[in-house]
Design a protein around this ligand. Structure first.
Ligand code: 6PG
Length: 234
């Protein structure tokens, strides 16, 4: 599925656009609004902004696209970072924040989180990042990313090239079971991965789809020059 690419001069306007998409998705959702969070530095800035937004928090159901197999209070945990930056400061009931028990190790955690996300149905919105090597969530190049029709909901990851090696990740199939998917991509380090994605190379990120909209929000620093000159095309 070809994403719609939107390029922003700098990070702040990109984050404002991401916030606008979140507002629209929340408004379009009926009884509940289910969102899958990404790890990484760019989403974290968005989470800090969300802590000050007036949202209909009672509707929110929060899931995590991937998690590191570390004790719950470790600062490297995606869930810990999101709790500190945002979730701990807004009135979302704790039982609506679905944190993977990643401390149990990849196998047990993947099985238990698989059962959790199995009940979630189609996600309203999935947020994702892009790694320098084209990974997304904890789906790494050269690994099984669970893109097939029979792929499990959640994969155990044992030898991630980005530390720590033990993680769990929603599979490509499960991440794609979403109305909207939005990638947040910033910084010069992503230029090569963006160029490869645009060339149609086989990367974990390029295997993600969505029911209604697949959007990449990128800053100019992350975009190869020729792409920048052409502007917001494709
Ligand atoms: C993780 C992430 C990972 C991340 C990318 C981009 O937990 O490591 O889910 O996929 O989103 O590596 O991270 P940055 O936004 O920090 O570059």
């Amino acid at each position: 599925m070809n994403p719609s690419w939107r390029v922003f001069p700098e990070r702040q306007s990109l984050l404002a656009a991401a916030m606008e998409i979140i507002r629209q998705c929340e408004a379009a959702s009926t009884r509940t609004f289910s969102i899958v969070l990404a790890g990484g530095q760019t989403p974290l800035e968005l989470y800090r902004m969300l802590a000050h937004e007036p949202m209909q928090w009672h509707k929110w159901r929060v899931y995590f696209g991937d998690e590191r197999c570390l004790p719950p209070q470790y600062p490297e945990r995606n869930s810990f970072q999101a709790l500190q930056a945002w979730l701990g400061q807004v009135p979302i009931p704790a039982e609506h924040i679905f944190i993977p028990a990643a401390e149990l190790g990849p196998l047990e955690a993947a099985a238990s989180y698989g059962a959790t996300v199995c009940e979630a149905g189609e996600f309203d919105l999935v947020l994702l990042g892009l790694g320098e090597d084209g990974h997304t969530a904890s789906l790494f190049p050269g690994h099984d990313i669970g893109a097939g029709q029979d792929a499990p909901e959640v994969l155990p990851v044992f030898d991630a090239p980005k530390p720590p090696p033990e993680r769990i990740s929603l599979s490509a199939r499960r991440l794609s079971r979403a109305r909207q998917v939005v990638f947040l991509v910033t910084g010069e380090g992503k230029r090569e991965a963006v160029a490869r994605w645009r060339r149609g190379e086989d990367l974990p990120a390029s295997k993600i789809g969505a029911a209604q909209g697949l959007t990449v929000l990128a800053d100019a620093a992350a975009c190869p020059r020729e792409f920048e000159e052409k502007g917001d095309s494709r």
